[in-house]
Design a protein around this ligand. Structure first.
Ligand SMILES: Cc1cc2nc3c(=O)[nH]c(=O)nc-3n(C[C@H](O)[C@H](O)[C@H](O)COP(=O)(O)OP(=O)(O)OC[C@H]3O[C@@H](n4cnc5c(N)ncnc54)[C@H](O)[C@@H]3O)c2cc1C
Length: 504
């Protein structure tokens, strides 16, 4: 089904917040703490019509435009000094069932926490999206979206049914288009571009609709995955004092081997999701945080997993295991907020575990005392399961056979500490991927990076010496199609940033 709406210019523009307005300071610093924007105005949109008019106004005035939803971008794309007009989506946060489209409608300004609460309280369903409840749906879905339930139910975009986007056509006119998963939809390609193409590329998303492919009927509760009623939540600690290099390498090797042999969708562990936080030694501990559906056998599954991790190395020094309602767990969240800390991050997909040599590099960086403060970690996310049951070209997320996702992060409080922290995380990543030009080139072991964790260093020949361009690392073979879609729907390249898709 296709809907195309043009909004008449007769209605007034949404309120534009300018620097003399007391709301301005909060709106321009709503994103990553490392960056503060200086737009001439911020438009607080409350409807699709507002967005159409705000986009048209910026285009007519020749002002560079950006959009913010949850404000969790890891790079300064939204707060770039070139951006003169910012559209803020945070007031558009409705979540409801749309009987006409037969799918759940979520406005782009909703946070993941709002989505989880409303879908679960209303219909006992959910989408398998991210771990941090403050993240905005607007940017998150566009990049793919993985989280606690992805090994059971795939990525959030695997359940994307339709999207409403405000684009700027060849004639320079802003218009809104609803693009659906239906193969006969003339805007099917635009839908596909929103299943992993990344934020700030094609237009402003105003609404998403979710419905699991293959679900039938019109009973809303049957149209999306049902999360477990309760989860066994675990937090397991290893004391850094007990880990010499050999014990550390063995622990991380055991963890990697486990997920290499356990990434298939039908595994008894498909419901288990974990993050192994390899904090810098100055933090004192390494922690394994995660959950699996509670019920008979759950504790035994966890015990067997922990026993496998501890083979020939030191056992955990502390463990906390609790049964919690799924929603409680999901709303507690996990992650480091870009608004609380200065963060620089890097990311990679792993088809295989890290080699012992790579783990030794990690040991060297995590135990280094050349960096001030305790902030910094390598986090290993469990992956695979149903994420890998989808073909690489079925959505724009091309990485569909990884077993782990790695997240390198440096965090600091004081701006003066930026230089050593940036150097630490950049050199750490470069040295882990020393055999492939300092980046996770697609090959037997690694498979590029995730566009929702953007890293401008991938476009910097000082840090990427592989000869493989940044867009291949993010999109692999899907980039050419994304470029064609960009040329069709954003022919004037209105929506652009440092790592945006270039029109073909
Ligand atoms: C603490 C934290 C935890 C995270 N955890 C996870 C996780 O568990 N799983 C995961 O997959 N990812 C995770 N992420 C990454 C997250 O998915 C991305 O940062 C995502 O892009 C954030 O979206 P946002 O709307 O909050 O951010 P924003 O900063 O508002 O936007 C991010 C990008 O998307 C664009 N964008 C935003 N809204 C729109 C829109 N309506 N239309 C078009 N473009 C738009 C922006 O212009 C920008 O380029 C996490 C990030 C943080 C900071």
């Amino acid at each position: 089904m296709t809907t195309q709406q043009q909004f008449a210019d007769s209605r007034s523009l949404p309120p534009a917040i300018r620097p003399d307005d007391p709301r301005y300071a909060g709106l321009v610093s709503r994103g990553n703490r490392r960056f503060t924007g200086t737009p001439d105005e911020v438009c607080l949109a409350t409807s699709t019509g507002d967005v159409v008019r705000a986009v048209q106004n910026a285009v007519t005035a020749g002002r560079q435009l950006a959009v913010r939803s949850g404000g969790h971008c890891f790079e300064g794309f939204v707060d770039d000094p070139a951006v003169r007009s910012l559209i803020d989506m945070s007031l558009m946060n409705r979540v409801e069932y749309d009987a006409e489209l037969g799918a759940f409608m979520v406005e782009a300004g909703a946070t993941l926490g709002e989505v989880y609460r409303k879908l679960y309280m209303g219909w006992r369903v959910t989408i398998p999206a991210g771990l941090f409840p403050d993240v905005g749906v607007g940017g998150h879905i566009l990049g793919g979206g993985y989280g606690y339930l992805c090994r059971l139910h795939g990525l959030a975009v695997d359940h994307l049914h339709a999207v409403e986007v405000v684009v700027v056509n060849d004639a320079g006119q802003a218009e809104s288009i609803v693009a659906t998963r239906h193969p006969d939809d003339p805007h099917h390609d635009l839908w596909w571009a929103h299943t992993g193409g990344g934020g700030g590329n094609f237009g402003v998303v105003t609404r998403y609709w979710f419905r699991t492919p293959g679900s039938t009927g019109s009973t809303p509760a049957d149209l999306l995955p049902r999360p477990p009623e309760q989860v066994l939540s675990f937090s397991i600690e290893w004391d850094w004092q007990t880990l010499d290099e050999q014990a550390f390498v063995t622990l991380i090797r055991n963890h990697g081997q486990w997920f290499e042999s356990d990434a298939h969708p039908d595994s008894a562990y498909a419901g288990m999701y974990s993050e192994l936080y390899l904090w810098r030694r100055s933090m004192g501990t390494i922690t394994l945080e995660g959950q699996l559906p509670a019920g008979p056998g759950a504790q035994q599954l966890l015990d067997a997993h922990l026993e496998a991790l501890s083979q020939n190395t030191v056992p955990p020094s502390a463990r906390k295991v609790e049964v919690k309602p799924w929603l409680t767990y999901a709303l507690e969240g996990s992650g480091m907020d870009t608004r609380q800390h200065n963060l620089k991050t890097k990311d990679s997909y792993q088809r295989r575990r890290l080699t012992d040599e790579q783990i030794s590099v990690a040991y060297r960086y995590l135990t280094s005392e050349n960096v001030p403060g305790p902030g910094g970690a390598l986090i290993l996310h469990s992956f695979g399961g149903r994420v890998n049951a989808v073909a690489p070209e079925a959505t724009a997320v091309a990485q569909r056979d990884s077993v782990l996702k790695l997240f390198f992060v440096a965090g600091w409080e004081d701006t003066d500490d930026q230089t050593p922290h940036l150097a630490w995380v950049r050199e750490f990543f470069r040295d882990v991927y020393a055999d492939t030009g300092g980046v996770p080139v697609t090959g037997t072991a690694s498979d590029g990076s995730y566009i929702n964790m953007p890293d401008i260093d991938l476009d910097d020949p000082d840090w990427n010496t592989s000869g493989v361009p940044w867009h291949t690392l993010y999109y692999k073979g899907n980039y050419a199609r994304l470029q064609r879609i960009k040329a069709t729907y954003d022919p004037h390249d209105i929506f652009r940033h440092r790592l945006s898709i270039r029109p073909s």
